[in-house]
Ligand binder design. Structure first.
Ligand code: ADP
Ligand code: MG
Length: 248
């Protein structure tokens, strides 16, 4: 539990428009050091765009501020932000099919830790693969991995630079219930090792299992924030998911 811990990541009234579409509309949220923070909301609500705005990949907020450990980062480069300890995964499993499991993670280490000696990087790669339980056969080709193992690999690539905060964009998408449980155990272990997490997830049981607090986005706006039980029973949230009248 995070209790009264200070905010490690803050979005302060962040907005982003694409032409006439306001994808993220004055969204504010505050993630405490050490917590798992969930982000839910219907398709197109602006969740992935908000992650892009938090990490500078590949866009910037039109207005508003993003703070990492109290420092404004909305104008920083994606590389600077990654080096400062904020890493993310993408909604689709970005795996280099033709490379080995280890080489996929090595690419992550080159991006997040420029200038580090290669022995340091090799140790970080092994550590990251062990953290996702892929350390057993690092030389196998990534092409043959199951969906769950691809997700493990993507998470390892983000972990390799030892982030303080890890943002995960729909990590459970496409997994069957048994694999969802395996993913929950995996993320729970990574969180226990000291990584603060923000998880975008449609599979609400994953957020119920992992999140200390969560927020729901709808049409770019944060419509509820709080504990998962409280948020998921909020009439505005039920309506956003199921349509007008559903909460009555
Ligand atoms: P979510 O992740 O909640 O499903 P997104 O953040 O991907 O939603 O998208 C929010 C809205 O912004 C959608 O209407 C989407 O089509 C639009 N959008 C996202 N990225 C872009 C972009 N680069 N250019 C134009 N529209 C975009
Ligand atoms: Mg998305």
């Amino acid at each position: 539990m995070s209790g009264g811990a200070p905010a490690i990541l803050t979005a302060d009234e962040v907005s982003k428009s694409f032409g006439s579409l306001t994808a993220v509309d004055r969204a504010s949220l505050s993630v405490k050091r050490g917590e798992v923070f969930g982000l839910a909301g219907p398709n197109g609500a602006g969740k992935s765009t908000l992650f892009n705005l938090l990490t500078g990949i590949p866009i910037r907020p039109d207005t508003g501020r993003v703070l990492l450990d109290g420092v404004e980062i909305q104008h920083r480069s994606p590389r600077w932000i990654a080096k400062a300890g904020l890493k993310r995964t993408f909604q689709t499993e970005a795996v280099f099919e033709s490379l080995s499991v280890l080489d996929n993670v090595r690419i992550g280490s080159a991006y997040g830790s420029p200038g580090r000696p290669s022995r340091w990087k090799a140790a970080r790669c092994r550590e990251a693969l062990d953290a996702v339980e892929l350390g057993g056969d690092p030389d196998r080709p990534a092409a043959g991995l199951s969906l769950l193992d691809r997700k493990r690999l993507m998470i390892a690539s983000a972990l390799v630079s030892r982030p303080t905060v890890l943002l995960l964009d729909e990590p459970a998408a496409g997994l069957d219930p048994a694999d969802q449980d395996a993913l929950i155990r995996l993320l729970s272990g990574i969180h226990a090792s000291g990584v603060t997490m923000v998880i975008i997830e449609h599979v609400l049981s994953v957020l119920e299992a992992l999140a200390d607090r969560m927020a729901v986005l709808d049409s770019g706006r944060v419509i509820a924030t709080g504990g998962p039980a409280e948020v998921l029973s909020d009439p505005r949230v039920v309506e956003a998911y199921l349509g007008p009248g559903a909460a009555q």
